[in-house]
Design a protein around this ligand. Structure first.
Ligand SMILES: Cc1cc2nc3c(=O)[nH]c(=O)nc-3n(C[C@H](O)[C@H](O)[C@H](O)COP(=O)(O)OP(=O)(O)OC[C@H]3O[C@@H](n4cnc5c(N)ncnc54)[C@H](O)[C@@H]3O)c2cc1C
Length: 527
């Protein structure tokens, strides 16, 4: 791993000063310099490069928006392929009332049998940040590491950032100031921008040198043959129950990231906030998983309470902006964290380098915060339903259709930056948001039952849904000028699916069994 060089010159006047050289700060520097190589940029990073591999930060699983941003827009495809792992989608395992101790095939399984179009990745955060730091230095930025930001004076066009580095104080003057300091949230705290997310869940996680070959957790030949050619290990595997989900994410450094995300009203924090306690809890809930962890000590262990954070303002007319966790964060389920970095960095790049775009900060902020509140609605009050197979089948169908529909379309087509387009499409976007809010409220009601449904060895195969193939192909091939038509189609699809799911909900309430995925919904209408 290459160490990051710090240029000998210590410019104290720059165009852009970025607080924090994590994923948000480094990707932004790369994006800005690809757009305008003449910009002078300094990133101030409290830690020392090179960052450790494996046990560094969370945020290891990517989904389509983030993967497209990193691979295509930032041209990191070769690095992602060589240094990280290809992801085999999201996979959920659901047990019923009885814990399953012996055979993974007894769980119900939701996921794909084959990879859907659009590659996604399991990322080793240390490796990614080291690579990005080296790259942006090569592009001309300064990464000042071991440098702690101590004070920020906001003065539009001439911000002052006071830094301590190797016992020396210095002051940077910058035209633009971007806070990418993660949970430290410099500006969010200093300017009192935090807004309650009303989603008070917690997470614990650790990394281990264990390499979990899930395909070997059952001898059942039919089960082993379900996935064609790709190992289940490469999925973002989730074991769920009322109030929680547990992740297993493989890392290219031959380690596995393990984490539990939970609603403390259903899973007492005191039962899972240390590694040994977590294993004891896991041996009751998912003994099969717990057994695989025995003999593999943790490389680290972290507890994060109340991870969700909202923000009143993320961009401004005072030439400061927020990206990544320094702004907003909703929930790690579905891995949208890096997606929000991609959206924020896109807006910030326009605000800094665009032609007259600076005046559009309010519109950009309105779009960004509305993506955030829609995303937050997928989680709020819903953790009680995470052990209910029927609910999770319907929820994943809906949430994927929303994600690969309106949200991903706006990103892939680049139209999220086009204020004329966004304003013209407000009726369609509003309808999508209303349909989403209606479905999430139904899921929320079901979640209050806190049911455990699963453990029948059934497979709900998302690869069998033609709509998903079509939506992903459209993201890859859709022409930007067709974005309006595509958005209308996506909203119409949501309308149909909402009606179908409501009918199904009623049938399930009347005692029907959950049909196979391919029989839910009028897929032929969408094909
Ligand atoms: C439990 C959990 C699981 C998650 N899983 C996923 C996932 O699977 N996929 C996904 O996309 N997202 C995930 N996320 C979200 C993801 O972790 C974040 O979105 C992402 O790491 C944010 O990156 P960042 O650059 O904003 O912050 P960071 O990576 O934290 O970077 C901020 C940097 O600022 C530096 N810094 C802080 N204070 C100072 C200071 N005073 N001076 C100088 N430097 C400073 C820090 O050292 C740090 O390097 C998860 C989040 C949680 C809580």
């Amino acid at each position: 791993m290459e160490a990051t060089a710090t240029p000998a010159t210590r410019a104290d006047q720059v165009d852009v000063c970025i607080l924090g050289a994590g994923m948000a700060g480094l990707t932004l520097a790369r994006q800005l310099l690809r757009r305008d190589p003449s910009l002078s940029i300094i990133l101030l990073e409290h830690r020392q490069f090179p960052m450790p591999q494996a046990a560094h930060k969370v945020g290891e699983s990517t989904v389509e928006i983030a993967a497209h941003y990193l691979a295509e827009q930032l041209d990191l495809k070769a690095h992602l392929r060589a240094e990280h792992l290809p992801k085999f989608g999201l996979r959920l395992f659901l047990r019923g009332d009885d814990p399953i101790a012996k055979d993974l095939a007894h769980y119900d399984e939701l996921g794909v049998s084959e990879v859907l179009p659009i590659p996604t990745f399991q990322i080793d955060r240390g490796r990614l940040e080291n690579h990005l730091a080296t790259e942006v230095v090569g592009q001309g930025a300064e990464v000042r590491h071991g440098a702690t930001v101590r004070k920020v004076d906001i003065d539009p066009g001439r911000h002052q950032v006071h830094v301590r580095c190797a016992d020396q104080q210095s002051t940077i003057q910058a035209r633009y100031l971007v806070d990418a300091s993660g949970r430290r949230g410099w500006l969010r705290n200093q300017c009192q921008l935090a807004r309650k997310a009303r989603h008070a869940n917690h997470a614990v996680w650790f990394r281990t040198d264990a390499n979990f070959e899930l395909d070997a957790w059952s001898d059942n030949a039919e089960w082993q043959g379900r996935c064609c050619g790709t190992a289940r290990r490469l999925s973002t595997n989730h074991f769920t129950g009322p109030g929680y989900w547990l992740w297993l994410i493989p890392l290219a450094s031959d380690c596995t990231s393990v984490g539990l995300v939970f609603d403390p009203a259903m899973v007492p924090t005191s039962e899972v906030n240390q590694h040994d306690k977590l294993l004891r809890w896991l041996s009751r809930e998912h003994p099969l998983v717990a057994a695989q962890l025995v003999g593999h000590p943790p490389m680290d262990f972290h507890v994060l309470k109340d991870y969700a954070v909202g923000c009143k303002q993320v961009f401004s007319d005072q030439s400061w902006m927020l990206s990544g966790d320094a702004g907003v964060f909703a929930d790690p389920f579905y891995s949208p964290g890096a997606d929000f970095i991609a959206f924020a960095n896109g807006y910030i790049t326009e605000l800094i380098t665009g032609n007259g775009e600076a005046e559009r900060w309010q519109q950009f902020q309105r779009y960004y915060l509305s993506f955030f509140s829609n995303t937050l609605s997928l989680y709020r009050g819903q953790y009680g339903g995470f052990g209910d197979r029927n609910l999770m089948v319907m929820k994943t169908l809906w949430d994927y259709t929303y994600y690969w529909g309106p949200l991903s379309q706006l990103f892939f087509s680049g139209r999220y930056l086009d204020t004329d387009f966004m304003e013209a499409q407000q009726p369609a976007l509003l309808e999508a948001a209303t349909l989403n809010s209606g479905m999430q409220s139904k899921f929320r009601t079901l979640a209050t039952r806190q049911q455990r449904v699963g453990g029948q060895g059934r497979f709900f195969n998302h690869h069998k849904i033609p709509l998903f193939h079509r939506m992903k192909q459209a993201l890859l091939c859709g022409a930007s000028e067709e974005a309006g038509t595509q958005l209308c189609d996506a909203v119409e699809t949501l309308r149909f699916l909402s009606a179908d799911l409501q009918t199904l909900l009623q049938q399930l309430d009347e005692g029907a069994d959950m049909p196979p995925l391919e029989e839910i919904g009028q897929w032929s209408v969408f094909a």
